[in-house]
Structure formats: structure tokens, C-alpha cells
Ligand binder design. Structure first.
Ligand code: UD1
Ligand code: CA
Length: 447
């Protein structure tokens, strides 16, 4: 039995009041549609298709959150969920079973989807819906059950009678369908009074053949969707709680989970501690025994074992094993700290390598620079890398001592074990072992 997934993501999402299509709004660092792809993969679905509107089919924002192998179909006009599904028909021709999901129900567990698929296949159903019992069903379609507990129909709120409206069993809009059956049934769906073609209508058709099924989640979070920005924040906080708990279960200490913001697709090793007010962005990889925070922000970066990042910001950078990054430091755009190097208060490192055992402790800017091993850069040092037109490189060799407030006018090279005096303005290369001082800096080493 082969199963293909189809994610309906072409809707306008008008209640978001946004120029960005709803399914590209992010939760825990990843667009909604990316979450649904991940749920399907956890459920064991390899072949995944996303139905989108034509204006974003080629956009980078759409492709970024998708995993490799996910394919795109286009719904030409947004005529409702039944019409959206039609757009993926040819893409899934070889599957026996299709799993259909909306882009905005991302708290559904992959294991529950797997359970729905298994039940659908073993009971030989034509259509199976995933329902959830929720506290507040407002705005959701309701699943109507017959006396034997089978779904007989799904009605939208505006169509449901008084009795069904009181039901708290909602349609999550995750379904399984028999792929040989569904397409003729879609053709038979009539437009609702809103003018849209509603996919849930096909449940009644399966029920008329006694082959409809339902799987009900008793976790009310399963039924929480994202239709507006209040719901977006609610879903985000539940997603973060789950993510934090998964990290804690695998050995990470999080002292205040409610104040810790870890995106999905982040790896953290055991015995790492994350303090309050810290944010770790998607795709970051953190080693074990690392101390992060409080009040630290890390995105798109790799942090080695036993490093310390305390109250700093680290963007698109690498922090080596046992390195330390202190309060208010900023590492960005390809900064690379080699093992046991040290960056301190209010230092900024950009597109530079800092060698092992080297230290940039306070108030310095190091950009487009390669710093060797065991270098000490004094407070207030600036690599003057920009001449108003182009960026230039600075090279600082091993064992150099840069005096406080040195200005290094790039391009410039400071030779091994050389020293600069406090306040020097270094305009030309310094020889290995030399000591320079003054403005412009000159050698002061006695011959
Ligand atoms: C839908 C269900 C409702 C269910 C709810 C759960 C219908 C008619 N109703 O309502 O029973 O309780 O989901 O979340 O299906 N889409 C398209 N093309 C379209 C219209 C929608 O791709 O022309 C996509 C949307 O991007 C979205 C999904 O289909 O991801 C569901 O559409 P949405 O407008 O959110 O449906 P609901 O009104 O929430
Ligand atoms: Ca919805």
C-alpha cells in the first residue's frame, strides 16, 4: 500500500490581515507549511505534495521550509478545499491512499496521523477524518456521528443545526481517502452558499456506503488552528512548550521553560543548560555541556561542547569547543571562534576567525580578519576594514599583543609575536617580533 500526502495551502488566510500568505507565517522559526510537512514525515509519508496559489509557487519563502523531495501543485483560483485537492490529482496518481491536511493545523501529532492511516487501511474505509474534542469549537466544522459512532457528515458552522453546534467534536481537516474513490466524489461536490466547494462534503458520500471512519484525538490542542494572529501566538506557545519538554527529556536543563524560546529543528546535546530569556533559532546545532544564557540569542550557528555563551548574540557563526562569549558580544556573518578562545563584553566579531586561546575581551570590533593563536586584543581595538567603498582584510598572527584602542587600518598584517602600543594607528604591516606605537604607528623597538 502506498500513501501520498497532500497539503492544501493555497487559501488566502484573510483573517491574518497580512500581505504574507498564511502558510508562510512562522511558528517556532518555521513556516506553518513546513510544520505540516514534518508531521507527515513523522507519520511515515515520503511522497508529499503542497497545493499553493500561483503567485508564490516559485518563491524562496515557500521552498525554504519544505524538506527535500516535497513537490508543488498550483490551484489556479481559490474556489475552496475540494477544488484545491483537485490540483494535486495527477501528482498522486500511483498512490493507494492519500492523506490530506490543511496548512494551519500544526499541533496534530505525527503518531496520530499514522494511527489514522492504519485504521483507514485496516477498516477498508473510503474516507477517514481526524477529529478533536476541543473546549471552544467556534469557527470549526463539526463532525456528525451516527448511532454506531461513524461520521455521517461534516458541516461547517454556518450550516450546522442547533444540536450539532453544541458538539465539541471538530473536524481538524486532516483526512485519509481511498485514491481510487475520491476524485469522482470531488466532481460531485456542489458549491456551498458561499460559492466555495467544501472538501468535507465527501464524508457523507463515504458514509452512504458505510465506509467512513473517524479517529478522535482527546488532546484538545490537536484541534487548535491558526486563522488569526491570536491563534498564531497560542499555537506558538504550545509548540515551544512541547519542544522544550522534548529537549529536557533528552538531558537539557531549561531553568525557566516559559521564558525560553527554542525553534524547531534545533539540536542540543545532553547536559547543556539554557537560561531564561534565551532564544535558539532553527537550524542551530548546540553541543553538550554548553552553558547558554540568560538572555542570549543564537541563530543559524554551531556551538561546540562545553562552550559558554552568556548574554550574547550569535548569528550565522561557529563557536568552538570550550570557547566563551560574554555579555553583550555580537558574533555575526561567519564569525568563527576556535576552541578556547574568548570574546567579551560589547565586542563585535564579523566574518573573522579567532584562533584558539585568543581573546578579544572588551569593546572591540573585529571584521574581515584572521586572528592566530594566543593573541590578546586590548579593549577598544578596531579593525578599520571599510574605506567607504570596499572592505579589506586584517591578518593578526600568533602570539600578538594588540594594545588598547589600536586602530588597524586594513589591509594590514601584524607579524607573529608583534606588539602595538595603546592608541596606535597602524597603517602599514608590522614585522614579526616588532613593537609599534604612535600615530601613525612606528617601530619603537630598540635595535
Ligand atoms: C476547514 C474545514 C473545516 C475544519 C477546518 C479545520 C472546509 C470547508 N472546512 O475550515 O471543516 O474544521 O478547516 O481547520 O474545508 N485552501 C486552499 N484553497 C482554497 C481554500 C482553502 O488551498 O481554495 C487551504 C487553506 O490554505 C488551508 C486549508 O485549505 O490551509 C483550509 O482552509 P481554511 O480556509 O483555513 O478552512 P477553514 O475555514 O478553517
Ligand atoms: Ca483554517
Amino acid at each position: 500500500m502506498t500513501t501520498a500526502g497532500i497539503i492544501l495551502a493555497a487559501g488566502k488566510g484573510t483573517r491574518m490581515k497580512s500581505n504574507l500568505p498564511k502558510m508562510l507565517h512562522k511558528v517556532a522559526g518555521v513556516a506553518l507549511v513546513g510544520h505540516v510537512v514534518r508531521i507527515m514525515r513523522i507519520a511515515g509519508i515520503e511522497d508529499i505534495n503542497v497545493v499553493v496559489s500561483s503567485d508564490i509557487a516559485d518563491s524562496a519563502e515557500l521552498h525554504e521550509p519544505l524538506l527535500p523531495g516535497v513537490r508543488i501543485s498550483v490551484q489556479a483560483e481559490q474556489l475552496g478545499t475540494a477544488d484545491a485537492l483537485q490540483a494535486a490529482r495527477s501528482a498522486v496518481a500511483s498512490a493507494d491512499t492519500i492523506v490530506v491536511a490543511p496548512a494551519d493545523m500544526i499541533l496534530v501529532a505525527g503518531e496520530l496521523v499514522r494511527q489514522m492511516i492504519d485504521q483507514h487501511i485496516s477498516s477498508d474505509s473510503l474516507a477517514t477524518v481526524l477529529g478533536a474534542r476541543v473546549d471552544d469549537p467556534a469557527g470549526m466544522g463539526r463532525i456528525q456521528l451516527d448511532d454506531s459512532g461513524r461520521p455521517s457528515a461534516i458541516l461547517e458552522e454556518h450550516e450546522a443545526g442547533e444540536q450539532l453546534l453544541h458538539s465539541k467534536l471538530i473536524n481538524t481537516a486532516w483526512y485519509c481517502f481511498d485514491n481510487r474513490w475520491i476524485w469522482d466524489e470531488l466532481d460531485k461536490v456542489n458549491a456551498a452558499d458561499t460559492g466555495e466547494f467544501y472538501l468535507p462534503r465527501v464524508i457523507a458520500a463515504a458514509a452512504s456506503e458505510d465506509r467512513s471512519g473517524v479517529v478522535v484525538s482527546n488532546d484538545p490542542d490537536t484541534g487548535l488552528g491558526v486563522n488569526d494572529r491570536v491563534q498564531l501566538s497560542r499555537v506558538e506557545s504550545i509548540m515551544r512548550k512541547r519542544t522544550n519538554e522534548a529537549h529536557m527529556a533528552s538531558g537539557v536543563t531549561i531553568s525557566d521553560p516559559a521564558a525560553t524560546y527554542i525553534d524547531i529543528d534545533v539540536e542540543i546535546g545532553a547536559d547543556t543548560t539554557v537560561g531564561p530569556g534565551s532564544h535558539i533559532g532553527t537550524q542551530s546545532i548546540i553541543g553538550s555541556g554548553v552553558v547558554i544564557g540568560p538572555n542570549t540569542q543564537i541563530t543559524g550557528s554551531r556551538v561546540g561542547d562545553n562552550a559558554i555563551i552568556d548574554g550574547a548574540r550569535v548569528f550565522d557563526s561557529i563557536v568552538g569547543e570550550g570557547a566563551s562569549v560574554g555579555s553583550n558580544a555580537l558574533l555575526r556573518h561567519g564569525a568563527e571562534l576556535k576552541p578556547r578562545s574568548k570574546i567579551g563584553n560589547l565586542a563585535e566579531i564579523k566574518n573573522s576567525v579567532i584562533g584558539s586561546g585568543s581573546s578579544v575581551s572588551h569593546f572591540s570590533y573585529v571584521g574581515d580578519t584572521v586572528v592566530g593563536e594566543n593573541v590578546n586584543i586590548g579593549a577598544g581595538t578596531i579593525t578599520c576594514n571599510y574605506d567607504g567603498k570596499d572592505k579589506h582584510r586584517t591578518v593578526i598572527k600568533d602570539d600578538v599583543l594588540i594594545g588598547s584602542s589600536t586602530m588597524l587600518i586594513a589591509p594590514v598584517t601584524i607579524g607573529k609575536a608583534a606588539r602595538t602600543g595603546a592608541g596606535s594607528v597602524v597603517r602599514s604591516d608590522v614585522m614579526a617580533g616588532d613593537t609599534v606605537a604612535g600615530v601613525p604607528a612606528k617601530s619603537i623597538k630598540s635595535k
